[in-house]
Each structure stands twice: as C-alpha cells, then as structure tokens.
Write a protein that binds this ligand. Structure first.
Ligand code: N01
Length: 544
C-alpha cells in the first residue's frame, strides 16, 4: 500500500521504545512473523524502509514483473479462510496482483498499526548488560527488544553496475529492482536495457512493444522457458480450494516446496524419442518444470545437456536471424545451474525490427556519456537506460545494516569470507537475532512463501520455548554452525550448481567471496533437521 501510514509515529528525538520483538522488513516474512507473534501475545514492531508492505513486490514494479511459481501455490497457507477467499486472476500472478494480495493480508489481519513505514534500519547492537537489541533507523529513532528478526529478503539489495560515466547520462536511468511508482512511458524513445536475467527477460518484451527502438545489452545469454501464462481456470482453482490443506502438505513434501511433477528416472535411461516427447510436453505446459523432468538433470552433465540442447534448439526455431539466435543461446553453464527464467515472448522479441541485440562479450561496455553508451567501437544514442542488473542476493540486505553482536563482533566482518549460520536461522555471536530464509537455508531454491512460513513457525516456537524455560538468550554454537556450513557445502558438491557463475554463489558482486549460499538438500530434509533440533531442546544452540 503506497503511502500507508501506521497509527504510531515515532519522533526522532524520543527515547528507544521497547517491544518484545523487532522485525525488520514488511514483506511476506515480516508480515507473517508479526501475525504469529501477536497470536502469542507478544508485542512487536515491524520496521520497513518502503512506504508499504510487500517487500520485493513493492519495489519490483517494472512492466512484465510476474511470479514464476503458480498463484495457487505462491500464497500463504497459514489461514484457510484467506486461501479460500482470495481469488487469483491468472495462472502466474503479476506484480500488481501480488502487491494487492499483500495489502489485503495486511488489512485482513490488521497488521498496519504495528508497522513503521519509510523507516530504514541502519544499525542493530546487542547489549550484553541486559540481553537486549538496540535498533536504530535512518529517521533517528531507536527501538529496543529482547528478540530481533531479520525478515530482510533474499533479493532486496539492488545492484547497480559500476559503469564509467553512468552519472553523466542525461536521460532517465531505471533499475528493475527499484522501479518508480508512476507509469513510465517509453513511447517514441530509444531505450537500452542492460541485463538478461529473469528481470531483463520479463521487461524486454514490454519495452520493445512501446519504444521506438530497444537495444538489449547482453553479457551472458540465459535459458528461458515460456510461462504460458493465462487467465485462471476456474475448475483448476476449485480443485485446489477443495483440497487446499492436502495439496499444501504434498507441496511441503517436495524438494522445492512446490507441487509439481518431478521425474524419478534418469534422463539417460530414456530413449532420445521418449526424452524429446517429455521435454515437448513440459515446454507446451509452460513454466519451469522442464528442469525437473528427470532426476539427474542437475547432477549429471550428460543428462543436463539433453535438456539444454532441447532449449537451444527451441531458441533456434523461434529466432529468425540465425546470428542473433546463436548469440542468445547459452553455452557457458548447465541449464538450471543459474535460476532458470520464465518468459512471455522473450525470444520472439528479437524478431522485431525495433530491437537490436548488442553482444557485450564481443563489445564490452566502455563508458557512458550524456547521450548514450559506448560498447566496443560502437556508440548507442539513448533516451533512457534500464538496469536489469540484479541483486546482492541473500546476504546483501543484511550487510547493509551495521549489525553488532557480542564483544563488538560485526556481522559484516564475521561474514567477510562467506556467511556462517546454523540452519540459516542464527549466527553465533549474535544471540536472539533470527534470520528468515537466511544463508544456509533452502530459501531461493523453493517456493519462498513456504520456506518463510516454516522459518517463521520455527522462530515462534523457539521464542515460546525460551519463555517457558525463562531463557534470557539463545545463540547458535560455533561448532553447530561449522558443521552445518560443511553440510551446506557438501550438499551442493554433488550437483551442477557450482558450474555457473550465478548470484547463488555471489559471483555477480565484485569482491564477494564465492560461497554457495542456499542449502540444496531440499525443503523436507531441511525442515526435518530444524524440527529435530527443536525436539532435542534446541541442540546446537546455547540457551542462557
Ligand atoms: O538478476 P540476475 P535478475 N554489465 O542477477 C547482467 C528473481 N526474479 O534481477 O550474467 C552487463 O539474474 C548480468 O549479466 P551476467 C529470480 O530468482 C524472479 O534478472 O553477470 N551486464 C545478468 O544478465 C532471479 O534469478 C522473477 O553476465 C550486467 C543480469 O544483469 C533473481 O530474481 C523475476 C552487468 C542480472 O541478472 C535475479 O534476477 C525477476 C554489467 N556490469 C527476478 N551487471 C520471477 O519470478 C549485471 N549484468 C519470474
């Protein structure tokens, strides 16, 4: 809700206000955390940099922004009433619809009075003397609480590339991850888009349909599958709503927390005809299910190559100019090792007369001037530039905050060579500081709303336990953390993920240590471990 205001406005000069819990972020994680804590009778405040709820869906308002998990699944499961009454318009929801849903939830559960909007958290310090977190904001306000929950999101720190002269460009520069609220009209303009990840692949067809000319500056081609989005089929919706609880439970038993057909057989055990038929079926169905057609697509190079080759051939069929087609074909990474993209007429867009693909591998960007961009020996005159250049993922939002734990330990310093957490939920040296979908949890490899709900439930139960045993603090032990991080790295070793220079590894951020950030062992395994840890009295944690 743009411009939403909370009932309580805290003035900059007031002393720190105390709560049981401070939650940072009013996206899907922060909203549910607030609701859950309230149900326990605890007092909580949510501090949110944006003017409204929704997190990533508040900021990523670029044309074409849409979820790649089906709407019937990309939604909260905690309230039967909510999931019955909300009606999704499309198979894959658009950003405005998801934002409307977030606002509906905020209203339905009366969350707004406990959210401080337009309030960016800049620091959080643990005070050993009273085991409390002191959180400070860019408004000069301070908040104090026993527990602090970082619900800061995995893809919330937008990344602007370091292009010489970018600030001298006299046209408008947009970032997909921080899109303006007012409608942007590219009609009659020559526009440049840098970046061909999920955001670029969604925004490019929309801008092409409006602009006079569009230059797509591509450094690395990406695999993308057609979304085949369509209006919600009412029979499909009814079938979900009739069995919602059962289907949600089934989804939770799947590795990504998404109910879909996961092939149990090796791709190499199928004949080429059989494989082709299966890939064609999934291509026609639309969505990202192609990469789970066989059990070993993300484990075996040869198996992976069968799917990669199928998509490469599709690109050759769709793109009319063979030279352009070859430039759009990814050859440098296994399919699925980078997050696969889902599109609506992306490759078709390169058949338009008003679209030019600029290959940055052959012609790297040299600099920008007031009128445009120079790549290789060519100058491209532009009216507007769109940066679809991604995020400092998973750790970026946390490292923007100056978080200081025991003995003056800085989280940024501790994580300089890669983040260390136990279960992605807590980091040793930072008592009572929880992270939702933190590094070392399955987070971005799942339907993130499922991962969020499970983490929030775990944190809520942990707080209940602490209250029961009269614990002042809970903290991950460094040995549990070390063992968990070894497990996280071990889980990824047998997969093809490390073969791509992706944001999963932090490879898109200069100077970021290459460490695989999410846990690839799957949501059910992860959840089982979290539950066992809790059942054993929070083994691996110190309670004092
Ligand atoms: O970001 P990205 P994204 N010069 O990092 C290029 C989720 N999401 O915002 O690959 C030139 O994937 C960069 O090139 P390269 C989803 O999880 C979901 O698109 O580094 N190019 C790349 O092409 C997704 O994976 C949805 O060589 C530069 C692009 O910018 C994640 O968010 C929709 C450059 C960045 O791609 C991130 O996606 C949108 C430079 N200096 C996002 N710097 C859906 O649900 C970067 N690039 C569908």
């Amino acid at each position: 809700m743009a411009g939403a205001t909370s009932a309580r406005r805290v003035s900059g000069s007031a002393p720190a206000i105390s709560f049981d819990v401070i939650i940072v972020g009013a996206g899907f994680a922060g909203m549910y955390m607030l609701h859950r804590l309230r149900s326990l009778g605890l007092s909580a405040v949510v501090l949110e940099a944006a003017a409204g709820v929704g997190g990533t869906w508040f900021w990523n308002r670029y044309p074409g922004a849409r979820c790649d998990v089906e709407s019937m699944q990309y939604s909260y499961s905690f309230s039967e009433e909510l999931q019955q009454e909300w009606r999704w318009a499309e198979r894959y929801a658009s950003q405005p619809e998801i934002l409307a849903y977030a606002n509906y939830v905020a209203k339905k559960f009366n969350l707004l009075p406990d959210i401080e909007f337009d309030t960016r958290v800049i620091g959080a310090v643990y005070r050993e003397e009273d085991c409390r977190w002191l959180v400070s904001t860019d408004r000069g306000t301070q908040f104090r609480a026993k527990w602090c929950v970082m619900a800061t999101g995995c893809l919330s720190a937008a990344q602007t590339p370091n292009i010489r002269g970018l600030d001298t460009f006299k046209g408008r520069v947009y970032h997909t991850g921080n899109w303006p609220h007012e409608a942007v009209n590219f009609s009659g303009q020559t526009v440049g888009v840098i970046g061909t990840g999920s955001s670029g692949i969604q925004v490019i067809p929309e801008i092409a349909a409006q602009a006079k000319h569009l230059y797509v500056f591509q450094r690395t081609p990406n695999f993308s599958v057609p979304a085949r989005n369509r209006a919600m089929d009412s029979e499909y919706e009814r079938s979900w709503k009739k069995n919602y609880a059962e289907r949600r439970a089934m989804a939770r038993s799947m590795p990504a927390g998404i109910l879909c057909q996961v092939g149990a057989k090796s791709a190499l055990a199928a004949s080429p005809e059989e494989r082709n038929q299966e890939f064609e079926r999934r291509w026609a169905q639309g969505g990202t299910g192609l990469t789970v057609a066989y059990s070993d697509l993300l484990r075996d190079v040869e198996a992976n190559e069968t799917a990669a080759q199928f998509v490469r051939d599709k690109i050759r069929t769709v793109v009319e100019n063979p030279t352009v087609a070859e430039l759009l074909i990814p050859m440098d990474h296994p399919i699925g090792a980078k997050r696969i993209c889902s599109d609506t007429k992306y490759f078709e867009t390169f058949n338009r007369e008003n679209v030019t693909l600029v290959d940055l591998r052959a012609n790297p960007i040299r600099d920008m001037g007031s009128d445009g961009i120079t790549a290789g020996l060519d100058f491209f005159k532009l009216n507007s530039l769109v940066l679809a250049t991604g995020f400092d993922a998973i750790t970026g939002a946390l490292s923007k905050i100056d978080i200081v734990g025991r003995h003056g330990l800085s989280l940024r310093e501790k994580w300089r060579d890669g983040p260390n957490t136990f279960l992605g939920l807590m980091s040793s040296g930072f008592p009572n500081l929880f992270v939702v979908t933190g590094p070392g949890s399955p987070s971005v490899l799942t339907n993130v709303i499922v991962a969020i709900e499970d983490n929030v439930e775990w944190i809520a139960s942990c707080i209940v336990h602490l209250l029961k045993v009269d614990g002042e603090y809970i903290e991950a032990t460094s040995s549990a953390e070390e063992t968990w991080m070894e497990q996280v790295q071990k889980a990824v070793e047998g997969t093809l993920y490390p073969q791509a220079k992706s944001w999963y590894l932090g490879a898109n951020i200069a100077g970021k240590r290459a460490v695989f950030l999410p846990y690839v062992g799957g949501l059910p395994t992860y959840q089982r471990i979290c539950d066992e840890v809790a059942a054993m009295g929070y083994s691996g944690f110190k309670i004092g």
